[in-house]
Design a protein around this ligand. Structure first.
Ligand SMILES: [Zn+2]
Length: 128
């Protein structure tokens, strides 16, 4: 057998011993890695986690829920991003609500522990 590239006699070797080039048909080999990448067919939408939609769903959890339900079957990864954003939003607002309630309870405890006259304490704080 002769090398396809340099034309030297190489026997039955799969690689040329002179120029090092492979002698099998590389185009017929399966595409393992690093080879040609084929463009997606028209109309195909790449499904991937999307940070933009996650942020959108965080600020508008209802929109995130709708997008999650719409994309759940066709674009599961993107739908997952929307669902996660909406879920984090709900958890954060619940946590903030609890912190706000604790803050108000502590404020009232503070006000009514200042003395026998609650109005005096309020005027000290500048509320009345
Ligand atoms: Zn060669």
């Amino acid at each position: 057998m002769y090398c396809k590239y340099c034309g030297k006699e190489i026997g039955d070797s799969r690689f040329c011993t002179y120029c090092g080039k492979p002698q099998y048909d590389t185009a017929a080999q399966p595409n393992y890695c690093g080879g040609r990448s084929y463009p997606p067919p028209p109309g195909y939408v790449q499904d991937a986690p999307n940070a933009g939609f996650a942020v959108l769903s965080f600020f508008f959890p209802l929109v995130g829920l709708v997008l999650y339900l719409v994309w759940r079957d066709t674009l599961p990864l993107r739908a997952h991003s929307c669902g996660k954003g909406a879920l984090i939003s709900v958890i954060v607002s619940a946590a903030l609500s609890i912190l706000l309630i604790i803050f108000y309870v502590l404020l009232f405890v503070l006000i009514f522990s200042l003395g026998p006259s609650p109005t005096a304490a309020l005027s000290v704080l500048g509320i009345i």
